[in-house]
Design a protein around this ligand. Structure first.
Ligand SMILES: CC(C)=CCNc1ncnc2c1ncn2[C@@H]1O[C@H](COP(=O)(O)O)[C@@H](O)[C@H]1O
Length: 264
């Protein structure tokens, strides 16, 4: 049997016209200018039910896709089952290294580890990287759960455990299942999505004793004001729903809230 092994797919081994990227757990080389279609996009694509060929094709594809989704859950459960107490930290992919916001993430990660928690993030750049960096340099468990995106995507280097997911909803399950609390740093649409998913799960009693802490009063205050002045005033939420979120100003306060809530 021949022992000719293919060259490893390294980002720093450029082959003209190609780039290396992640597709789920795999690293693949793709044409630089080809449009990359993510697994989420394939799954969510609408197919005209009047187009019989397409519908048949989709039925077969989707049936097989279920197995891939299933395997992603299995891989996630397997990799994370031994994680002890953990806190999931969300925040902007765009926080710039060296900025006050980034440093805040570093401190959140460090303080969580010092308080005995493992740290879970989206594994990407910005606030995710900052938080992992703080946790990693403090010698703690630093977990990054990355997601396949239409553009090239890297795990940040400060991880003790990194995973790639194809499906947003599988990854989100891991964020909740393996954490005892959420901390949100300033962020954009992705962070808001994660915050409101967490809030909905707590509000509907799907997860219990789950503190949600937002760090940065100046950033989060207006959102809380809007929830009070519009959502509450219009009876779209109950007064006690607002108590599910705690807004603080510093990493120290954020970690104190997690510790005081007694979640272990
Ligand atoms: C530079 C850039 C946009 C890279 C994106 N790379 C990403 N890698 C991993 N998770 C991500 C990424 N973008 C968004 N997310 C998810 O959405 C949140 C951040 O989104 P946003 O920047 O607030 O809206 C993170 O907590 C993370 O879970």
């Amino acid at each position: 049997m021949s022992d000719v092994r293919p060259e490893p797919l390294e980002d720093d081994v450029p082959i003209e016209g190609t780039q290396v990227r992640y597709a789920g757990a795999a690293k693949v080389r793709v044409d630089e200018d080809s449009e990359y279609v993510t697994s989420d996009e394939n799954l969510l694509e609408w197919v005209d039910p009047r187009d019989s060929t397409k519908i048949l094709e989709r039925t077969v594809r989707d049936s097989w896709r279920v197995l891939r989704i299933q395997s992603e859950f299995v891989a996630g459960f397997d990799a994370l089952e031994n994680v002890s107490e953990a806190v999931t930290v969300f925040g902007s992919a765009r926080s710039v290294p060296g900025s006050a916001e980034y440093e805040m993430g570093v401190e959140v990660g460090r303080r969580l580890v010092e308080a005995g928690y493992a740290v879970i993030t989206g594994g990407g750049p910005g606030a995710m990287e900052a938080t992992n960096k703080g946790a990693f340099l403090a010698g703690g468990e630093s977990i990054g759960l990355n997601i396949e995106l239409p553009f090239e995507q890297h795990l940040n280097p400060y991880l003790t455990l990194g995973m790639h997911f194809r499906y947003f909803f599988v990854r989100k399950t891991m964020f909740v299942k393996y954490a005892q609390a959420f901390v949100c740093l300033p962020g954009g649409v992705g962070t808001l999505d994660e915050l409101f998913e967490a809030l909905t799960l707590v509000q509907t009693g799907k997860v219990k004793r789950f503190p949600i802490v937002l760090v940065g009063r100046a950033f989060w205050g207006p959102l809380l004001d809007w929830m009070r002045q519009v959502l509450l005033a219009d009876a779209k939420i109950s007064p006690q729903d607002l108590d599910l979120i705690t807004v603080v100003d510093t990493p120290e306060e954020a970690v104190d809230v997690v510790i005081a809530s007694g979640v272990r």
